[in-house]
Design a protein around this ligand. Structure first.
Ligand code: 5RP
Length: 222
């Protein structure tokens, strides 16, 4: 079985009937959402899903998963999401799929967060994966210039047509090609205080456990 599918299915064992479940975004989360859809159909699971992107919303609707918006629920029991990099302290980079803002909001209001990753995502230090920074379009070139001066090697994320990529909130993404992040907490503080920055892809101290897909089987790290 594909490692992403393996961890997607494994994570669903933590979902119980009656729960409100945050549904993450990306190719790994896709398998988790598919499994939730199957459990609803074949096992009479009753849950309410809270999606983290338009992409996941479309998939969840197609599967008939009952949904509520983040502002309609009083709490989220568990959120299951993918990640781009995870270090040994469970600090992570997310946003490869440009859904970091909604993902971080949903994770923030969740009692429990599980990340599902294949083993290639586990790294000794964050930073090889470009760090996404979501910015308001107005003034984004100014932020870009500052990030460039600081040596963060920024690039605007573009679509295949060469247009600026717009997030679900209509913002732009600036990816920082840092190679190594020595102090993730300090960098997170720095980025979030830049005017025009909406959010960044450093997800620090936000996950309760990580399910890693390995050839031998899924491994849960707590
Ligand atoms: C989307 C994300 C994804 O969870 C992350 O990019 C991992 O995606 P994939 O499972 O496709 O590798 O943060 O914004």
């Amino acid at each position: 079985m594909d490692l992403k599918e393996m961890v997607g299915k494994e994570a669903c064992k933590h979902i119980k009937s009656g729960m409100t479940v945050g549904l993450g975004t990306g190719s790994t989360a896709y398998h988790m959402v598919a499994e939730v859809g199957r459990m609803i159909k074949e096992e009479n699971l009753t849950i309410t899903g809270v999606t983290t992107s338009t992409q996941t919303l479309i998939q969840a609707r197609e599967l008939g998963i009952p949904l509520a918006s983040i502002d309609e629920v009083d709490h989220i029991d568990i959120t299951i999401d993918g990640a781009d990099e995870v270090d040994p302290n469970f600090l992570g980079i997310k946003g490869g799929g440009a859904a970091l803002l909604y993902e971080k909001i949903v994770a923030t209001y969740s009692d429990k967060v599980i990340w599902i990753v294949d083993e290639s995502k586990m790294v000794p230090q964050l930073g090889k994966f470009p760090l996404p920074v979501e910015v308001i379009p107005f003034g984004s070139q100014q932020i870009f210039n500052i990030l460039e001066k600081r040596g963060y090697r920024p690039t605007f994320r573009k679509t295949n047509d060469g247009e600026f990529l717009h997030t679900d909130s209509g913002n732009y993404i600036i990816d920082l090609h840092l190679e190594a992040i020595t102090d993730p907490h300090a960098l997170a503080e720095e980025l979030i205080h830049m005017t025009g920055v909406v959010e960044h892809g450093l997800f620090l101290d936000m996950t309760n456990f990580v399910i890693v897909g390995e050839k031998e089987g899924p491994k849960t790290l707590i």
